[in-house]
Design a protein around this ligand. Structure first.
Ligand code: ZN
Length: 449
């Protein structure tokens, strides 16, 4: 078995974070997986936690296909690494993995997400994410799967003019974000899939109604500002946010909120809208207009919202224009903060979702569709692997050093997969040390079989 080399290094190696290194996080996840009920009737060959951890390993190591993982699974070194790094006693083949995961309820997979966030909260590590006296939670819908052939009873359907039916799944992902931080921490997702007994397709708005109470249940005392897009700027949704004790910053557009924009225009003409502009050291000209307590629309004149309109002109002449509604009382000294908070949602939509789709996580890749929950369970395991990586990037110096050594995330995971498949790694600490220092940092035992 691999052991850390005793030869002294020139510089002291960074430490694994006790609570937020990958072994600590995987151990917490395994504890939560142990509590998930296993509904199989006959005595199973593979335990449910082993199957779930194998699924997590596939996304943690960023394998492009289940087959790729399956072909390596029976090599002695890979079996040993799965046991030593992921705690998998016996890994299932790809067919067994799909069959077992298809039966797992997505609701049960929320627990490890919540446990990790409770751990971050208990160690005060989310203090750095505080913004406007709360935590910003961005809720974004994203496509996860679509096909004209492959489908399951949980698929939503779109009927095209040419008679073809498109099948799809989407996911509403709620994540903790901060304007100045590149790490995004997914809370947990809500599947946008066919709901039992429904006569229509599920949609982002309905998924929001299910997701928000779950967030409040999981974090009962946490001050939270929800960031959403124009779809959420309607009366019933704002009432739901208020009843759950959430603040909000919601993007709005004239096309979706005609009477609101007209009312702001009327108040502007009457000189009742505050406005100012300033040129920053970056040369950007920023213009703000804001007014408090405007009726949301004619259907809900009793719901009063605070309205912020923002324009910026950059040095190259490019112009950007955004508007939001919020329950935060707007004054000259906080509109810049509200603007930056509101824009974080847009930034996340571009950066976070792109990372999940186009970099190393392959969110839209079809790992298998199943008949019940498989597609959703795969997406949730992928998101859980993403959370583990983001927490390590934030908290674990040893991981950060390994990541820096490999320069890009893609190169880091290529290196990890190569070592995982080629050597007996022994433990995560050894793996990171070898990546940082080469053979001086740790020892990897090659497979001589
Ligand atoms: Zn489906």
């Amino acid at each position: 078995m691999a052991k850390v080399n005793q030869a002294p290094l020139k510089t002291k190696p960074p430490k694994l974070n006790k609570n937020f290194s990958i072994p600590a996080l995987l151990s917490q996840i395994r504890k939560d997986f142990n509590k998930i009920p296993d509904h199989r009737i006959s005595t199973p060959k593979f335990s449910l936690p082993d199957v779930l951890m194998s699924g997590l390993a596939i996304f943690g190591l960023k394998y492009r296909s289940l087959l790729d993982f399956d072909q390596k699974r029976n090599k002695e070194r890979v079996r040993a690494n799965l046991r030593d790094l992921y705690g998998v006693i016996q890994a299932p083949c790809d067919t067994q993995l799909r069959t077992v995961l298809d039966e797992v309820s997505p609701a049960d997979l929320c627990t490890p997400f919540i446990s990790i966030h409770h751990r971050l909260l208990s160690q005060d590590l989310l203090k750095n994410y505080e913004y406007l006296g709360a935590i910003l939670v961005s809720a974004d819908g994203t496509g996860q799967f679509s096909s004209f052939k492959v489908n399951c009873p949980k698929c939503c359907q779109k009927n095209h003019h040419n008679g073809e039916i498109e099948y799809y799944h989407q996911l509403l992902v709620a994540s903790i974000v901060h304007p100045d931080k590149s790490q995004v921490l997914p809370l947990f997702p809500e599947p946008i899939t066919y709901q039992d007994g429904a006569t229509k397709n599920d949609c982002e708005s309905n998924a929001s109604k299910r997701l928000l109470p779950k967030i409040r249940d999981a974090f009962p005392d946490q001050k939270i500002i929800i960031l959403q897009d124009s779809l959420a700027g309607n009366g019933p949704h704002l009432n739901l946010l208020k009843n759950l004790g959430f603040s909000y910053i919601i993007g709005v557009q004239p096309g979706d909120h005609q009477s609101l924009f007209e009312e702001v225009k009327t108040r502007l003409c009457a000189g009742k809208v505050e406005e100012f502009e300033e040129r920053g050291e970056d040369g950007i000209l920023r213009s703000y207009r804001f007014v408090n307590e405007v009726p949301l629309n004619k259907t809900h004149p009793d719901i009063l919202v605070n309205f912020l309109d923002y324009r910026e002109v950059r040095k190259d002449g490019k112009e950007y224009h955004f508007s939001w509604i919020t329950d935060i009382h707007l004054v000259k000294t906080n509109v810049c903060l509200v603007m930056r908070g509101g824009r974080t949602r847009w930034k996340i939509e571009n950066e976070n979702i792109n990372t999940l789709k186009n970099q190393d996580y392959h969110l839209e890749h079809n790992y298998g569709h199943g008949k019940k929950h498989l597609a959703t369970i795969f997406a949730m395991l992928m998101l859980l692997a993403f959370l583990v990586d983001q927490v390590q990037e934030l908290c674990c110096d040893l991981f950060k050093a390994a990541r820096q050594e490999c320069r890009s995330r893609i190169s880091l995971w290529e290196t990890v997969r190569g070592l995982f498949a080629g050597f007996f790694v022994g433990c995560w600490e050894n793996l990171w040390l070898v990546i940082i220092y080469g053979s001086k940092g740790g020892v990897l035992q090659p497979d001589t079989s």
